[in-house]
Ligand binder design. Structure first.
Ligand SMILES: [Zn+2]
Length: 244
């Protein structure tokens, strides 16, 4: 299983970067996790014409889903024709992207399946787990038949569910928006909290992502390292992680 970081920014993309997005490849199958601002050109550089096999979107915030509209367009208006592919997402995502323009409809290009839930997608089993956020957010565990597992939080506040989502995952991709823990209700994680929950999950590697624009990522890494002793990485556009 190979993971390529398409984007690592929270909220809006810094110059030269993109918002949330990952390409997961295994046995010739190409699964996209999230398609935030500016991820589509990076995806097209790896998968010309938008030739991917499935898409998973964690939630309806634009920094995670807006380039799904771009993928819809390239698969509809581009030079290749495609059969519909699975699109796994909470219902709000499909409603939002379909409101952007009257046609084409998502259902013309995608076989829309609802998260949370458990879905077989190509060589993967995808299990969705609802996590606390401002809108419905579904973290996912993606497992191959050879029991390689990645887990991805999307955006989340602190929750015991994070220990189950990332349980002994080969790679745990975690929201690390903040560099301090503010008071009050929480809907995103700090880097320190990502480290804490990766330890609770006994995850084998931790990939921090969703950095607030302007944050010094070295600081985020050091904060997470105070709570997690395994292999620790900061997402960076174009980074490739090979789990085979
Ligand atoms: Zn969000």
């Amino acid at each position: 299983m190979k993971i390529t970081v398409l984007g690592s920014c929270a909220a809006w993309p810094e110059p030269g970067r993109a918002c949330a997005g990952f390409l997961v490849e295994h046995a010739g199958f190409r699964l996209v996790l999230d398609l935030g601002f500016a991820t589509l050109p990076r995806l097209l550089a790896l998968c010309p014409n938008g030739a991917v096999d499935a898409v998973v979107i964690t939630h309806e915030h634009s920094d995670h889903c807006v380039d799904l509209n771009g993928l819809l367009r390239v698969r509809h208006y581009g030079e290749r024709t495609f059969d519909p592919i699975p699109l796994l997402c909470p219902p709000g995502v499909a409603e939002l992207v379909d409101r952007l323009e009257p046609s084409p409809r998502l259902a013309e290009l995608f076989e829309v399946r609802e998260l949370p839930g458990t879905h077989k997608v190509g060589p993967f089993e995808v299990v969705g787990v609802e996590l606390p956020h401002y809108v419905q957010n579904v973290g996912v565990r993606v497992t191959t038949a050879r029991h390689r597992t990645i887990a991805y939080t999307g955006d989340t506040g602190p929750s015991p569910a994070l220990a189950d989502l990332g349980r002994r995952a080969d790679l745990y991709i975690m929201d690390a928006t903040l560099q301090r823990q503010p008071d009050g209700p929480r809907n995103v994680l700090s880097a320190a909290e990502a480290g804490h929950w990766a330890t609770e999950a006994e995850a084998r590697r931790l990939l921090l992502t969703h950095f607030w624009p302007g944050n010094d990522r070295g600081v985020s890494l050091r904060q997470a390292a105070e709570h997690y002793s395994g292999e620790l990485l900061a997402a960076d556009e174009g980074m490739v992680i090979d789990l085979s």
